[in-house]
Design a protein around this ligand. Structure first.
Ligand SMILES: Nc1ncnc2c1ncn2[C@@H]1O[C@H](COP(=O)(O)OP(=O)(O)OP(=O)(O)O)[C@@H](O)[C@H]1O
Ligand SMILES: [Mg+2]
Length: 143
């Protein structure tokens, strides 16, 4: 009898996450790169316990479109390339569509965002790769 099995999705995602996130600093790097790609001019980073307990990155970039907030946490989901040829002319820091999915697979994530073209924002919570809530987040200021 053979000994090979196909791994389940949860395990596959954990392995993939380990390739992107090998330590807390990798999470900070990925999130800052996303902020830069979103054209942020100000980025703040707050960490507790060397990033093991808590990492918070805030940017003033364009924000996520509300239609994108759940898809952003899927593997291979990106706004930065569309097709194979685009790989030859990358102009962004990210392009794999892997970082947020990897981070979300191994941590509890809260995304609070408002797109520059929308009036209200979104608050999305993700645990073990699963969206657990996605709510309208009303803000009092416009950017
Ligand atoms: N700070 C942010 N502001 C606005 N949109 C963001 C931000 N971070 C991520 N996004 C959106 O979410 C998508 C997924 O982010 P993710 O980091 O997973 O992938 P990526 O940056 O496209 O590629 P890579 O995995 O190589 O980093 C991005 O393509 C972008 O559209
Ligand atoms: Mg990225």
């Amino acid at each position: 009898m053979g000994s090979i099995v196909l791994l389940d999705d949860q395990t596959i995602n954990k392995i993939a996450a380990g390739e992107v996130v090998d330590r807390p600093a990798s999470i900070v790097k990925e999130l800052i790169e996303n902020s830069i790609d979103a054209k942020a001019t100000a980025i703040t980073v707050e960490i507790k316990n060397g990033g093991i307990k808590y990492i918070k990155v805030v940017d003033n970039g364009q924000g996520f479109a509300s239609d994108d907030v759940e898809l952003a946490f899927e593997r291979h989901a990106t706004s930065k390339i569309r097709k194979e040829e685009d790989l030859l002319r990358i102009t962004s820091m990210g392009f794999r569509g892997e970082a947020l999915a990897s981070i979300a697979a191994i941590s509890k994530v809260t995304l609070v965002t408002k797109n520059i073209n929308e009036d209200v924002g979104r608050c999305v919570k993700v645990e073990a790769g699963n969206i657990v809530s996605n709510e309208i987040f009303a803000t009092t200021t416009r950017n």
